[in-house]
Write a protein that binds this ligand. Structure first.
Ligand code: CTP
Ligand code: MG
Length: 224
């Protein structure tokens, strides 16, 4: 990475197996209204990034490379094999970013409904501050429990649900991954790694429509 690196890159995390969704083809490669789920999210980012690294399961790299060649993309797209955990997949993607990339967005391929205004909101705030993520308020009452009983009720006004895309200054994100690796820490999003550095992560308003497809009902509930 050079001093002047100011371009933004996207890492699209698409290397999961979709165990909870339960289809033979991982959910991000299944067809949603005639288009693979991962391609829907991908195209939303075209106006904002100059490079995309799609991280896929090892045995999907050839097929995705073939599919991507059919897409009239205005930017560089690379395909990279992922790892057993999401964090390893994103780390593999991070290593593939070109030297002109100084800003990184990380997005779940399983969130195909992300809007351009959300991408813009996250990227603007990240460029201003170094790290930004979209969040939603928690509307349900939240209980802390053990195996059989309620231990207490959590103050939900201070809780938020984290979404993607999450945006970071590249060197900050690389430092966060290096430190997490050194400490053997495994997080469920990139923000968690940056938080552990003691760095501030800013929040922007997420979108309830930006669901992560996890179970079959996530699409049925939307009438899809
Ligand atoms: N992901 C990834 N590499 C992994 C695991 C997950 O790139 N080793 C990606 C998924 O493809 C998905 C996103 O991270 O786009 C969020 O993960 P999740 O919704 O948990 O997807 P899966 O891990 O595929 O689903 P499951 O946990 O049900 O197996
Ligand atoms: Mg998973």
């Amino acid at each position: 990475m050079t001093e002047a690196a100011n371009e933004c890159g996207l890492i699209l995390a698409a290397a999961g197996s979709g165990r909870r969704y339960g289809t033979a083809i991982p959910k991000q490669f299944s067809s949603l209204e005639g288009k693979p789920v991962y391609l829907r999210a991908l195209e939303t980012f075209f106006p904002y990034v100059s490079e995309i690294v799609i991280v896929t399961p090892q045995d999907w790299t050839a097929k995705v490379t073939e599919e991507i060649a059919q897409v009239a993309a205005p930017i560089r797209i690379k395909v990279q094999a992922g790892g057993d955990h999401r964090q390893q997949s994103v780390q593999n993607g991070l290593r593939r970013l070109s030297s002109d990339i100084g800003w990184v967005l990380v997005h779940d391929a399983a969130r195909p409904f992300v809007s351009q205004s959300l991408v813009e909101r996250v990227l603007d705030r990240a460029r201003q501050t170094g790290a930004a993520i979209p969040v939603l308020p928690v509307h349900d009452t939240v209980k802390e429990v053990d195996a059989e009983r309620v231990i207490g009720t959590v103050d939900r006004s201070r809780l938020r649900l984290a979404q993607t895309p999450q945006g970071f200054r590249r060197d900050l994100l690389e430092q966060a991954f290096a430190e997490a690796y050194r400490q053997g820490f495994m997080g469920t999003d990139e923000s968690a790694l940056v938080e552990r550095l003691g760095e501030r992560v800013r929040i922007v308003e997420g979108e309830s429509s930006n669901v992560k497809i996890t179970r079959r009902s996530d699409l049925k509930d939307r009438g899809r």
